[in-house]
Every structure is written in structure tokens, then in C-alpha cells.
Ligand binder design. Structure first.
Ligand code: TA6
Length: 282
């Protein structure tokens, strides 16, 4: 554990061969993932590391509400709360990980009256793959179920958005956020981005990929997270986002592993698990 920007606490996990991951306790927010010393995650040069503002870039944890799909502030509150460290044991298998924990404060219970424990394990695998494992438990003794939507809002770093294709979404239905979430079917085999793009693809395969023709392929593997959001604000929208540089939309793409189409309901004592594994191919 060490001090990051604006004195916020962050944890750095290291592996051999120059792999590392940085995660801020503020938001349990991954802000860096490197392999062979090379940064794979986009964080805006204009990102404001100042609570309660969420950090622009990295891997925001979206819980308990994706976007404005309910009465909470957009994207819920997990991304702008301070998480605690539950343990940071190194495992015998050479994986390094840290377990972070979020529980609602009394103020949180006023806006979302449900007791829960959210454990996020951030694991850096021996080859440098990054794994995020989420366990959310309903700890409400009063016996009420609760329902949530969820996403790992990953901002991948790309050489240029014009070099990028997203694979694995062909023939799927999606909700277009730019058209009031109207439902369409994807007819393209490879998705390229040439203007503002904001879609929730429903019930996708568990393995997706981002091909960056000038750099690398990212492989995204997910369990318990049936949906995938693809987002790029493009030029005009980017100008309205104060913590994103005017040209930076060119160097990022969000491919988010999510549970949105079918919100998750947990009865008291029940637990939900989601898992995201990110790797690269060259
Ligand atoms: O996941 C896509 C999205 O919901 C977009 O609609 C866009 O607004 C983006 O997330 C960023 O949201 P934020 O609240 O971080 O500015």
C-alpha cells in the first residue's frame, strides 16, 4: 500500500517480467495494468482524483446500478466510496492478489436501503493476466431481497480507435443508448467505431476480443456477467466531458463485462459471483 495521486491510498501488485496492477481503495478502482512494463489501461490525463468525483479511465466498478436505470446517481455508488483491505496474502500458486471490501454506510442505506458485503479480489496471474472476482452477499437481517445491475467499466488503451475491431458480438441483440435503449440486432461481424457508440449487447459469449491492429489483441473472458457494453464518446461528446482530454477518445475503448439485461436479485444470505479475466495476445 502506498500513496497515489492526491494522497489517496493505492495498492500495487507485481509479478515477474514487468507485470503490475495498481488499484485505488477509492472505488476499488484499477488505474493501471502493465505487462512487460507496457500500460494496457487508459486513464485520462484530465482524470480528477478527488472524491466524490469518480476517476475517468481505469476499471470503475459499477454497482448497484448501471447508468440511470434506477433512482440512484448514474452508475451507482461503489465507484466513489472508500473500500477497505480485507487481506493481501500471496497465494501458493504464485498468483498475487488483494481482497477489497465494501459495506454500506448509514448514508448509503438512506439512498439504497439494503445491507450487503461486496468483496472484490484483484488478482495478477503469473503470466500477467488480470482477474477481478466479485462476490456480493445480501446481509440484510430484516429479510429483504435486493436487485442490482453491475459492470466492470474497463477503459482499454488502444493505439488509435480507427485501428480497433471488437469481436464476438455478431448476431446479438443490443440496446442502443443513443436511441433510448431501443433494441436492435447486430449484423456486422466485426464492430468498428467511426462515431459515438454506446450499446449494451445482451447475453454475449463468455469470450470477447478487442483487436488493435497496430498493437495487440485484448481477450476478455467473463463468468456471471452475461452482457457487454461497448462505449466510445467520440469527438463531440468527448468535449462535454470535463475530465477527458479533447483528443483522448481516440486512445480508449470501453468494453464492459456487465449484468444489466437481467438484473440480479439476492435473497438474504444469498451470494452472487462474477468474474472477469483480461489477457493479451501479440
Ligand atoms: O457505459 C457507457 C456509459 O454508461 C455511457 O453512457 C457514458 O456516459 C459512460 O458510461 C460514462 O459514464 P460516466 O458517468 O463515467 O461519465
Amino acid at each position: 500500500i502506498t500513496k497515489g495521486i492526491n494522497d489517496l491510498d493505492k495498492i500495487i501488485l507485481h509479478q515477474t517480467q514487468g507485470s503490475s496492477v495498481e488499484v485505488y481503495l477509492y472505488g476499488a478502482h484499477v488505474t493501471s495494468w502493465k505487462k512487460k512494463g507496457e500500460e494496457l489501461i487508459f486513464v485520462s490525463s484530465k482524470a480528477i482524483f478527488s472524491p466524490p468525483k469518480p476517476i475517468r479511465g481505469g476499471i470503475p466498478v459499477i454497482f448497484p446500478q448501471f447508468s440511470n436505470l434506477g433512482s440512484l446517481p448514474s452508475h451507482g455508488f461503489a465507484r466513489n466510496r472508500f473500500w477497505t483491505i480485507e487481506n493481501n496474502l500471496s497465494h501458493v500458486t504464485n498468483e498475487v492478489f488483494v481482497d477489497l471490501l465494501l459495506k454500506p454506510t448509514e448514508a448509503d442505506l438512506k439512498i439504497w436501503p439494503h445491507r450487503f458485503e461486496f468483496r472484490l479480489r484483484v488478482t495478477l496471474k503469473p503470466g500477467g493476466d488480470l482477474m477481478l472476482t466479485s462476490c456480493i452477499r445480501n446481509t440484510d437481517a430484516a429479510g429483504k431481497p435486493f436487485t442490482f445491475t453491475f459492470a466492470h467499466h474497463t477503459y482499454f488503451s488502444v493505439s488509435n480507435i480507427s485501428e480497433v475491431e471488437v469481436k464476438g458480438l455478431e448476431n446479438l441483440d443490443y440496446l442502443d443508448n443513443l436511441k433510448n435503449r431501443t433494441r436492435f440486432t447486430e449484423h456486422e461481424d466485426d464492430i468498428t467505431i467511426e462515431s459515438e457508440f454506446d450499446r449494451i449487447y445482451l447475453s454475449t459469449p463468455s469470450k470477447l476480443a478487442i483487436l488493435d491492429h497496430k498493437k495487440r489483441t485484448f481477450v476478455v473472458q467473463k463468468d456471471g456477467l452475461p452482457d457487454a457494453v461497448v462505449w466510445n464518446p467520440w469527438e463531440t461528446k468527448a468535449k462535454t466531458i470535463v475530465d477527458l482530454g479533447a483528443d483522448e477518445y481516440k486512445y480508449m475503448i470501453c468494453l464492459e463485462a456487465a449484468a444489466i439485461g437481467k438484473p440480479v436479485t439476492l435473497n438474504p444470505g444469498e451470494e452472487w459471483k462474477g468474474r472477469l479475466q483480461l489477457s493479451t495476445r501479440y
